[in-house]
Ligand binder design. Structure first.
Ligand code: PXG
Length: 286
C-alpha cells in the first residue's frame, strides 16, 4: 500500500518522497532518528521522543530546521493522512546534501522525513512463549566512540549484533558494553527480575535510554514492584528468575533462554506478564 510521507514542509505520495544521493545521511549515516508508536490516534510519549531527537541532534551539532511544536503537528498530520490510528512513526533528520567528503559544513538543507506505517517485529507467539537469545561478540559501541545515547542513522554496531543473533537462529541478541557488562539488545532495553526485584542497566552502561524502559519503570513503581537501575553481568541474567526486553517496536517481550541457559522455569514469569499487561493497558488507555 502506498503511503503518504512528510518531506520537509509537505505531505507527498511515497513515490515523490525523494532524497538526494549526495545526502550525508546516506553517504555517512550523518543524521538522527526516532521511532514512535501511535495508539488510538495518539502518539505514545511524543514529547519524550521529540526531546530525545533534539538531544541526539544537539550531540551531533545538527540543527533541526523546524520547531518541536510544528514537528509534533506534522507527525499527527502524517498519521491522519495515512489513516493509521495505530501505527509506527519514523522521524528522520539527515544532515542534508553536500559535497563528497565528510565535512558537515559543506552540506545544506537537512531533510525532515516522517514516515507513518505499521511495524511488527516478532511473530505473535513469541510474545506468549518468550524469546531465545544469544550474547553477541560485537560489543555495544564505546561511549567515547559513538555514544549509544545518540539515536543516529549509523546503526551498524547494532546490525552486526543482530546478524550474529540470526546466525545463531535467534531474532535478537544481547550486547555487552566495553566493560563486559550487560548493555542492551539491538533495538531494545533489557530487564532482569530476581527475587521479586526488577533490574535494568543504568544509562552509563552505554545504552539508549528507552522511552518504553522509562514507562515500564514507572508502571513497576505504580504496581508496588521494586525496580532499580543496576549494573548487570551475564551471570546475573543466567541466574535471573525472569527476563524481558522493551522497545517502541517490540513493546514488552519475555526472554526465556539466553546462551542455551533457561531463565527461571523457561516460561514467561509472573512479573514480566504483569508488566506487559500493565503496559498494554497503559498505552491503549491513555
Ligand atoms: N536501544 C536501542 C539501541 C534502540 O534503538 C531502544 C533501546 C528502545 O528505546 P525505546 O525508546 O523505543 O523504548 C531502541 C529503540 C526501528 C526502531 O525502526 C528502533 C527502535 C525503536 C523503534 C523502531 O528499527 N529502537
Amino acid at each position: 500500500m502506498s503511503r503518504i510521507v512528510y518531506l520537509n514542509d509537505r505531505l507527498v505520495p511515497e513515490e515523490q518522497a525523494r532524497v538526494s544521493v549526495f545526502d550525508h545521511g546516506l553517504l555517512y549515516g550523518d543524521g538522527v532518528f526516532e521511532g514512535m508508536r501511535a495508539y488510538s490516534g495518539r502518539v505514545f510519549r511524543m514529547q519524550a521522543h521529540l526531546d530525545r531527537l533534539w538531544d541526539s541532534a544537539r550531540a551531533i551539532a545538527l540543527e533541526i530546521p523546524i520547531g518541536k511544536e510544528a514537528l509534533a503537528h506534522a507527525v499527527d498530520e502524517t498519521l491522519a493522512a495515512n489513516q493509521l490510528p495505530d501505527g509506527y512513526v519514523r522521524l528522520v533528520i539527515t544532515r542534508g546534501a553536500g559535497t563528497l567528503g565528510l565535512d558537515p559544513a559543506r552540506t545544506k538543507n537537512p531533510q525532515v522525513i516522517i514516515i507513518a506505517d505499521t511495524i511488527s517485529l516478532y511473530p505473535r507467539e513469541l510474545y506468549d512463549r518468550g524469546l531465545r537469545i544469544v550474547t553477541a561478540a560485537t560489543q555495544r559501541s564505546h561511549p567515547a566512540t559513538l555514544s549509544p545515547r545518540i539515536k543516529s542513522l549509523n546503526y551498524l554496531n547494532n546490525i552486526m549484533a543482530k546478524l550474529e543473533g540470526q546466525q545463531a537462529g535467534c531474532v535478537e541478541a544481547l550486547m555487552l558494553n566495553h566493560k563486559g557488562e550487560v548493555a542492551e539488545c539491538t533495538a531494545d532495553n533489557v530487564f532482569a527480575v530476581r527475587r521479586g526485584i526488577v533490574l535494568t542497566p543504568p544509562p552509563d552502561a552505554g545504552i539508549l535510554e528507552g522511552i518504553t524502559r522509562g514507562a515500564v519503570m514507572d508502571l513497576a513503581k505504580t504496581a508496588g514492584i521494586d525496580c532499580r537501575e543496576a549494573t548487570l553481568t551475564r551471570h546475573d541474567l543466567y541466574t535471573a528468575d525472569e527476563m524481558f526486553i522493551t522497545g517502541t517496536a517490540a513493546e514488552v517481550v519475555p526472554v526465556v533462554e539466553i546462551d542455551g541457559r533457561k531463565i527461571g522455569d523457561g516460561i514467561p514469569g509472573p512479573i514480566t506478564k504483569r508488566l506487559a499487561a500493565d503496559f498494554h493497558a497503559h498505552v491503549r488507555g491513555g
